[in-house]
Design a protein around this ligand. Structure first.
Ligand SMILES: [Cu+2]
Length: 173
């Protein structure tokens, strides 16, 4: 696990360098081009912690959907008035084994709401950030190389739209 600790520190350093380089562009006025640039797959440093490939081979895998908990279309009205619209990931907790590829299909069920999928290393630094367009369904094969607890969130719907992936030791046979 010492290698993982080093990998996570390196990922933090590279993300900080990236953030510093792009800070000047990071204004609301920068518009859609900057929005497109905010999404990314794991870079070289992050891939030491998790590798992610579009698609993914057979097997049932895991389906991760965006759930409308309380929204303007269906209410409850008093809840939406009090809290605003509330969304959640379902499931909000996944357990996987280290070094075992698992296909995760990300499914945005809402016809008119943007979501995204931001995966963080233990310690909170972003490893990847995907756009989940309305009514989209995209599958990725994830292989975690480090054990630990990884948070995922939708950056659009904070603080409520979060989940965790627990990466366990390899399954014994
Ligand atoms: Cu969202």
């Amino acid at each position: 696990m010492a290698l993982c600790a080093a990998a996570i520190l390196l990922a933090i350093a590279e993300r900080d360098a990236h953030a510093a380089g792009s800070a000047a562009k990071n204004t609301p006025a920068a518009g859609n081009a900057a929005n497109a640039a905010r999404y990314f797959m794991p870079d070289a440093a992050a891939s030491k912690i998790v590798t992610v490939a579009p698609g993914g081979a057979g097997g049932p895998g895991i389906v991760l959907v965006t759930e409308a908990v309380a929204v303007k279309e269906t209410g409850p009205k008093a809840t939406v008035a009090h809290f605003g619209e509330v969304y959640a990931f379902s499931p909000a907790f996944l357990a996987v084994h280290r070094d075992a590829p698992v296909r995760i299909t990300l499914w945005n069920l809402q016809p008119d709401d943007e979501h995204d999928f931001l995966l963080e290393a233990p310690g909170g630094r972003a490893l990847m950030h995907l756009r989940l367009a309305p009514l989209s369904k995209t599958a990725y094969e994830f292989t975690f190389h480090c054990e630990g607890l990884f948070d995922y969130r939708c950056a659009v719907h904070q603080p409520e739209m979060n989940g965790q992936i627990l990466v366990l030791p390899p399954a014994s046979r």
